[in-house]
Design a protein around this ligand. Structure first.
Ligand code: 1GP
Length: 241
């Protein structure tokens, strides 16, 4: 029970860095999965996240089913909405957008998700999700209608992350948004990490191996990359095992 979380926690304690590849069901078709997974499996990736801001009904289910045929890595849902819940995955980040003040993304969708989750065996991981300004308006900001936190407002970001932890979130996720111009500032990552006892996830706008290394070095336990692989799967070659 709770194997996914326990493994993330153990890796964080031991300083073993984790990389999640984000697959957006809206941007990947089933026939593309096999070749993408071949590259992914040869890379240092440790987790697969599946989700997007806007995904049509049942698309996630079909895609996860296909991904599962090609990997032994844990598949974790990173859903923008309740229609992305599928029992074919292994776990789900139960995200509460604690940087925003939109009740839909703080609690309402979660209440609606319960009846669906009860019918699955998914490992549910409570996650405090913070949207940080990455220099451009990303889909998360548009869809959730919440304002990202200013990268210069470091203390406020730290306090928001800590409040999430004190509320019982098992993971804190600093998100610059998919396709962000700038990833979360290294200084912000470093300071947030120092305050937390739970593992720290960082994603959004990380496009190169050097950026990935810097983000790890600054304190991220698990990094999420989507767009860079979507645009050019040869990025996996830079990240071979
Ligand atoms: C978005 O953090 C993820 O939710 C990944 O972002 O697509 O910019 O890599 P990118």
């Amino acid at each position: 029970m709770n194997t996914i979380y326990k493994n993330i926690q153990a890796a964080a304690l031991n300083g073993n860095k984790l990389l999640a590849v984000l697959i957006d069901p809206d941007k990947m078709e089933v026939p593309q999965v096999a070749s993408f997974m071949l590259k992914l499996n040869a890379s240092i990736a440790t987790h697969i996240f599946v989700g997007g801001s806007v995904v049509h009904e049942n698309v996630t289910d079909v895609l996860v089913n296909e991904i599962k045929k090609h990997t032994k890595l844990p598949i974790i849902l990173f859903p923008g909405d309740t229609n992305q819940i599928t029992n074919k995955a292994d776990g789900i980040l139960f995200l509460s957008l604690i940087s925003g003040r939109n009740p839909e993304y703080l609690i309402s969708k979660h209440v609606r998700a319960v009846s669906k989750l009860k019918k699955t065996n998914l490992e549910v991981i409570p996650t405090g999700y913070l949207l940080i300004n990455g220099g451009n308006k990303t889909a998360v900001e548009r869809v959730t209608e919440t304002k990202p936190l200013d990268q210069n407002n470091v203390q406020y970001i730290i306090d928001t992350a800590k409040a999430g932890e004190l509320l019982g979130k098992q993971l804190i996720y600093l998100e610059a948004g998919s396709g962000a111009k700038k990833h979360v500032d290294l200084k912000v990552i470093n300071k947030v990490k120092k305050e937390l006892k739970v593992p720290l996830i960082v994603g959004g706008g990380i496009k190169t191996k050097l950026q990935l290394e810097n983000v790890f070095e600054s304190g991220a336990d698990l990094v999420v990359i989507g767009t860079a692989f979507e645009k050019d799967a040869s990025f996996f070659d830079d990240l071979r095992k």
